[in-house]
Each structure stands twice: as structure tokens, then as C-alpha cells.
Design a binder for this molecule. Structure first.
Ligand code: ADQ
Length: 729
């Protein structure tokens, strides 16, 4: 994993001024903890915010910070002014995009100044990356602070290898669409080659937003922007498992444990560890503790709830209010149920050093992780890793990413206080054997897919994604290749052109009947066909009547309905072989039902095929219907030897022995051509490419896997190429 440049808002260390002195302290929080541990084991570099406002340090101090960070942490600091801290970090990051991504729409502030600052700071990061990263260095960008950065770097360095990982959840489209700058944010993220999320749900939501807001095709975790193919996948972050499990034997940890044991002698310890953030559900959890003591008085004096809460984003009003609310709730519970010898809630509002944290994890009988939302939640994993003897119970909210991996925990709905109360009862009474059984399964998983594995997997997939792009790109028809083809054209005298129509010579339209050829296109085709040394064949999936209406006057050869019909330039339409069409009467009602149930879809009937078009259907509904339709049609396809093909926003059924390749052979075999050019854009054209002789020039329109030799981006480029071929010399 050499040559890796990590980019995140925070560096693994933050700089603070205490009593006039600059201090370097480890940053707290999931991202910092997670990355710091794998970062140390690899030769990587890091770009991030120093944590101290630029206007509060002197030039000499700035240089000193940069020097120490480079020397001791292989890091390059970015400095923000107070204004940038206010509008970028406290503003757009924490008041706009954070609550948006975590479903707290009521806290979202929409402010143009924040947005401008977000763009500006992402630009600062971009400049720093361009300045510091080597050309061949892998750039791995982290989290919601830097969602524009992949796009900005891509613009400046198109060949960069860029990964992006989001540590929060990604909300459903209905939430994300509320953001005024949603498309810019998505486009920014799409600058990456690989985009990672913790869970498949977040991937789904992201793809759905990309599809609906930007209109890109998204299939099987791949986004086709028309220029590049980007992969999107799930990488549930792990922890440094051994560090936690092995530290439990450390002397300092043992000392800490003994202290706690003495202090809390005989009591069952319930623990929670969070940043003070409204997403973590701390007040609701305190209410559950209070209700538990009310409902089960026999547990009074027998339990202690340790609420370890690290201060976070304290300048923000929302967080100040939350802190106040927690203080009050803790006060109420302790006032109501506590006594001189027993305090039910022990509230530690600070960050603890590692050995103290592990000691607490190890001592606690129950850990309560009840966030309303959390991209993953590392605390749940750290707790389990700190339990080498397998004892202890984890209560886990179903709305955190970790719940997908830790299904053996006691799972709760964080909004349901009664359920949390009962979960506590279950946890406190769970037999040790059962605890160990559940924890061992989860521990094995965590030990295996640890933080290093997570990072390695991501980088491996990033390389694979780039490789895939490269394979696709190898086929792009460059200017040189086009020139070569023009040269070959001039030299040859027996040329065959096999051209598809929709998606190849013209782009797709909402309704198939709208794709009428323009006068310019007809003129160009007439010119191509007018040269006696050329044979031009249009091979389309369309019905023969439309083909005749649109191109009849050109006197060119044609094939309709994917090869069912053929027509020589001066001949009549002929059927390629006798074909049975009885199946249509049985299948038509099925497709009609889908047409009725799916607004915007359309049934097209051709002589030997039936097609259901869903280009104008809501993209998610369309895909859902395709799955249902293909399933419903499977019996028919077997019984009647039909082909069911899912093409570009179409599902089409046709006789099994019809295909464009078979039709093309009618012309390919007719002459000893010295140049064959075949162009198409869909799966049906693959049959055509399949029958061509080795030396033929096959061209695929669009970026997706194909056996064609070359690719062109769009119908516009195809027309341009044909124009170049027929141009006067
Ligand atoms: P966070 O929201 O910060 O992370 P989390 O995953 O729980 O949430 O990580 C918190 C980290 O801070 C843990 O490593 C924990 O040990 C540490 N910590 C918390 N309180 C502490 C205290 N008082 N003293 C010492 N250490 C403390 C974000 C996302 C998460 C996602 C991570 C990683 O919000 O959902 O899991 O990134 O991707």
C-alpha cells in the first residue's frame, strides 16, 4: 500500500493552544481512530486540517507546526481562518451536510455563505493535494467534509487514481433531494474511481440519488457517466481488533480495572461511549435508564450506568443545548433514585486515554449503543474486542451500520424506550453461556475483517476499478485510429457498412416514434450509399414499416426486427425464414398488464417480437418491474424458444433463432470485402460483432463491455466519423 495519500478533514493529531503553548494531541472520533491505526502500519501520507485557526498563530508557529507534522506524522497541514472554521466546518459540514446525511432534516441549515465556503475549502484541499501528491500516488479521500474534492482533483489531473469513502450513512433519495446543492455534491463524489460506504443500504440510496438526479445508468454497483465507469461498493469499517483484545492484559489496564472494581464493588456496570452528538440518542437512553429503575426497583443500588461522553462541536448551539439536556437528565435521575452510597449515573464528560477506555470496556457487563443513526459505530466493535473471555452483552440500535454485522447483539429500536428497558433486563439476566456464544461469533467476524483488511480491500478494489476503466478505455477510438480508418477507406474499393440505428446514429428519445432521422442524417447516409464502391446496410430492431417509411427513398439495404426481415437495396422485404408468431397472443396480455401497472411505459409490437419500453418510467420502479417481468416471462421463453433480452430501457422478446448476426451474414458472405465497418450500441449488436471476420472494424457506441474492437462515446461521434469518411478529399 505504498504511495498512498490520505485526505480527510482532520489529521490524526490536532493542534491546540494550552496555557500559551502549542500542543499536539491525538484527534478523537471514529474516522481519526479508525484510520490512524492502519495508517501507522503503512508508508502513507496524510493531508488534513491542523485544527487551529490560522489567525491565532504566528508565521513562525505555522512553519513549526508544518515541520513537526511532516517529521513526526508524515502529514501536510491545511490551515483555515476563523471565518472558514465558522462557515465551512461549523457551517456547511456540521449544520448542513452532517444532519442531512444522518436524517436530521430538522437541524439542517441552508445557507449560501456556508455553501460558498464549502466549495472554497474543498478547493484549498485540492490545491494542497495537487501540490503534494505524486502523479502515481493513490489518493484516498474521506468523509462528508470533502465531497467536492474528488471532482476537483479529477478536473486538474484526469488520470488520478481516486477513492472516496463516506463514514456516515447516506440517506434515502427523498431526504437527499432536499439539499439545494445535491447535484453538485453528487458530481463531486463521482470524480472518484471507487466510492465506498459502510452498508449496502447506503450504496442503494446513493445509486438511487445518482440515477434520479443525474440520470446516469447504474447497474451492478457501476455508474456509467458516459465518460467513465465508477464502481460503488460496501466496505464495513473494522477496528484494530488485536490492539483492544491484547491490551486487556496490559498492566496499566489491569490497574485501571482494579480501581473500578473497588469503586463499584458488586455492581453491574452498564456503559456507553459516545461523542456528544444528537445522532447518538443519549437523552433517549437516559430516559430508558430512568424507566428501567422505575419499572424494576429491585435493580436499584445494583447497577451503575457509566455515561462516557466526549465533548464534540461545542461551539454549535444545537450541541450546547444537547449538553444542557444531558446534564439535566443525569441530575434528575441521580436526584430521584440516588442516595449517599449510590449514584445511578456516573457521567464522565471527557476523552479518556486508551488504557482507561479499554479498562472500562473490559469491566462493563453491558454496553449500550443506541444511536438514532450512525454510519457504522466503532464503539460497539471496540467493546466486543475488549472482552477476551467472551462475557458481556451488547445492546445495539438497529439503525446503526454495525447492526448489519452484529446481528447476535440484543437489537433495539432506539426510539422505543420500552424496548430498550426490556433489552436491559434481558442483558442483565442473560446466562454467561449465552453471552459467550453470541460474542464469539461476532468476535471472529471482527478479528477477521479488521481495519487493515478493510483498508487493503478498499485499495485493492480501487486498483481493480481503475484497471476496468483502462480496459474499457483501451478501445476508445482515438483521433489516430480514426485517421487510419479514413486512410483504409480511401484505399479500399469493396466496402460494407453495417449500421444500427437507435442509439448509434441517433440518440434515444422518450418515445421510439420520436427518433425520426433528420434531413442532415438522411443526406449523409445517401452520400455513403451513393458511392458505388459502398454497400450500406441499416440493421435495426425496428419494425420494417417504420424502416421503409424513414429510409425507403434511399435505396439502401436494410434489416428489421433484429434480423427477422431483410431487404436488398433494390429489392423487396423478405422474411429470413418461416417463423412462428403464435406465442405473441399468449405473451401480449402479460406485457399489457405491465404497461398498465407502470406509468410511462409502452408496449411495442413488431411482426416477430414484442418490446416493453420503460425509458420514461421512474428509474427504480422500472428496474423493479424488469425483475418481475423477466421472471414472469421465463415460462414462455422455455415453451416457445424465445429470447428475452433486457436492453437499454427495454425488455424484448423475439424468436430464438432471429438475430442481427444471422441477418448480417447475408451481406458479409456475399462479397470479398476489403473493408467492413459495423457500428452498434446494444446487446443485440453483439450478435452482429460476433459474425464479423477478424479484420473488420467493429465499433461500440457508449462505455460498456463489448467484443467490439473500438468504442465511440455517442451517436454524434458516429455521425462525425461517417462524415469524415465520405468527405471530399
Ligand atoms: P463517530 O461519529 O465519531 O465516527 P464512532 O464510530 O462511535 O463514532 O467512533 C467514536 C470513536 O471515538 C471510537 O473509536 C471511540 O473509542 C472514541 N471515543 C468516543 N468517546 C470517547 C471518549 N470519551 N474517550 C476516548 N475515546 C472516545 C464516524 C461515524 C461512525 C463511523 C466512524 C468510522 O459517525 O458511524 O463508525 O466515523 O467510520
Amino acid at each position: 500500500m505504498d504511495n498512498l495519500m490520505l485526505v480527510s478533514n482532520r489529521l490524526p493529531v490536532s493542534i491546540e493552544r494550552r496555557k500559551g503553548e502549542l500542543q499536539f494531541r491525538p484527534s478523537v472520533g471514529g474516522l481519526a481512530t479508525g484510520l490512524a491505526s492502519f495508517y501507522k502500519s503503512y508508508e502513507s501520507r496524510w493531508i488534513g486540517w491542523s485544527g487551529i485557526p490560522l489567525d491565532s498563530i504566528t508565521e513562525a508557529e505555522r512553519e513549526h507546526i508544518a515541520k513537526v507534522l511532516k517529521r513526526d506524522y508524515n502529514s501536510h497541514p491545511i490551515f483555515f481562518t476563523q471565518k472558514e472554521v465558522k462557515n465551512f466546518y461549523n457551517g456547511f459540514c456540521n449544520k448542513t451536510i452532517w444532519p442531512m446525511l444522518l436524517y436530521f432534516t430538522e437541524h439542517v441549515v441552508y445557507d449560501k455563505i456556508f455553501w460558498e465556503s464549502y466549495k472554497h475549502v474543498n478547493r484549498l484541499f485540492c490545491n494542497a493535494v495537487i501540490k503534494n501528491a505524486r502523479e502515481d500516488e493513490v489518493i484516498w479521500i474521506h468523509d462528508y467534509h470533502l465531497m467536492l474534492l474528488p471532482g476537483m482533483i479529477r478536473e486538474k489531473r484526469p488520470d488520478s487514481r481516486i477513492g472516496f469513502f463516506l463514514h456516515t450513512s447516506f440517506p434515502s433519495f427523498e431526504i437527499f433531494r432536499l439539499l439545494p446543492w445535491r447535484s453538485e455534491i453528487l458530481k463531486g463524489v463521482l470524480g472518484a474511481d471507487l466510492i465506498g460506504f459502510h452498508t449496502y443500504d447506503y450504496v442503494r440510496h446513493f445509486l438511487s440519488s445518482v440515477q434520479r438526479l443525474l440520470g446516469h445508468d447504474c447497474t451492478l454497483g457501476k455508474i456509467n457517466t458516459g465518460e467513465r465507469i465508477i464502481k460503488v461498493d460496501t466496505f464495513p469499517i473494522g477496528i484494530d481488533y488485536k490492539r483492544f483484545s491484547q491490551s486487556t492484559w496490559d498492566v496499566n489496564v489491569q490497574k485501571e480495572k482494579n480501581k473500578w472494581k473497588k469503586k463499584l464493588f458488586g455492581k453491574k456496570i452498564i456503559l456507553s461511549v459516545d461523542r456528544v452528538d444528537y445522532t447518538k440518542g443519549i437523552p433517549r437512553r437516559l430516559e430508558a435508564i430512568s424507566m428501567f429503575l422505575e419499572k424494576y426497583p429491585e435493580y436499584r443500588k445494583k447497577i451503575i450506568y457509566i455515561l462516557l461522553a466526549v465533548p464534540s462541536r461545542e461551539q454549535l448551539g444545537q450541541y450546547k443545548l444537547l449538553k444542557k439536556q444531558i446534564d439535566e437528565l443525569v441530575g434528575n435521575i441521580n436526584g430521584k433514585y440516588g442516595s449517599i452510597e449510590w449514584t445511578p449515573v456516573l457521567y464522565l464528560h471527557r476523552s479518556l486515554p486508551f488504557h482507561q477506555l479499554v479498562a472500562l470496556y473490559n469491566t462493563a457487563h453491558v454496553a449500550m449503543v443506541t444511536s438514532f443513526r450512525d454510519g457504522m459505530n466503532l464503539v460497539a466493535k471496540e467493546y466486543l474486542a475488549s472482552k477476551p473471555d467472551g462475557r458481556g452483552v451488547l445492546i445495539l440500535s438497529e439503525t446503526v451500520g454495525a447492526a448489519k454485522e452484529l446481528g447476535e447483539a440484543v437489537i433495539v429500536n432506539p426510539n422505543n424506550i420500552e424496548e430498550m428497558v426490556e433489552a436491559l433486563k434481558t442483558a442483565l439476566t442473560m446466562p454467561e453461556k449465552e453471552q459467550v456464544k453470541r460474542n464469539r461469533v461476532m468476535q471472529r467476524r471482527l478479528e477477521h475483517y479488521n481495519i487493515v483488511r478493510w483498508a487493503e480491500e478498499f485499495i485493492k478494489r480501487l486498483h481493480a476499478s481503475k484497471e476496468y476503466q483502462r480496459r474499457m478505455q483501451a478501445k476508445v477510438m482515438t483521433r489516430e485510429i480514426r485517421k487510419e480508418l479514413v486512410g483504409k477507406y480511401r484505399k479500399s474499393t469493396r466496402r460494407l457498412f453495417l449500421l444500427d440505428y437507435d442509439g448509434t446514429l441517433v440518440p434515444f428519445f422518450g418515445k421510439p416514434e420520436e427518433a425520426v432521422p433528420s434531413r442532415d442524417l438522411l443526406k449523409m447516409l445517401a452520400r455513403l450509399a451513393g458511392d458505388p464502391q459502398n454497400e450500406l446496410v441499416l440493421i435495426s430492431g425496428r419494425d420494417k414499416d417504420t424502416m421503409q417509411k424513414w429510409f425507403g427513398e434511399l435505396n439502401i439495404a436494410m434489416s428489421a426486427e433484429h434480423g427477422a426481415w431483410i431487404k436488398n437495396s433494390s429489392g423487396e422485404w423478405e422474411i429470413i425464414s418461416t417463423l412462428d408468431t403464435h406465442w405473441k397472443n399468449e405473451v401480449r396480455p402479460v406485457l399489457e398488464l405491465f404497461e398498465d401497472r407502470t406509468p410511462g411505459s409502452q408496449l411495442e409490437e413488431k411482426q416477430f417480437s414484442l418490446a416493453w419500453h420503460y425509458r420514461r418510467v421512474d428509474s427504480e420502479l422500472g428496474l423493479q418491474r424488469v425483475i418481475e417481468l423477466v421472471d414472469d416471462l421465463s415460462d414462455f421463453s422455455e415453451a416457445y424458444n424465445l429470447q428475452v433480452k433486457h436492453g437499454d430501457k427495454t425488455v424484448e422478446l423475439k424468436n430464438g433463432d432471429i438475430n442481427k448476426g444471422r441477418a448480417a451474414m447475408h451481406w458479409v458472405a456475399r462479397n470479398r470485402w476489403d473493408l467492413i465497418v459495423a457500428i452498434g450500441d446494444q446487446w443485440t449488436d453483439e450478435d452482429l460483432f460476433d459474425v464479423l471476420p477478424e479484420e473488420a472494424c467493429s465499433i461500440k457506441v457508449g462505455l460498456s463491455p463489448s467484443q467490439a474492437k473500438y468504442s465511440l462515446e455517442s451517436p454524434k461521434e458516429v455521425r462525425q466519423l461517417l462524415k469524415e469518411l465520405v468527405a471530399e478529399q
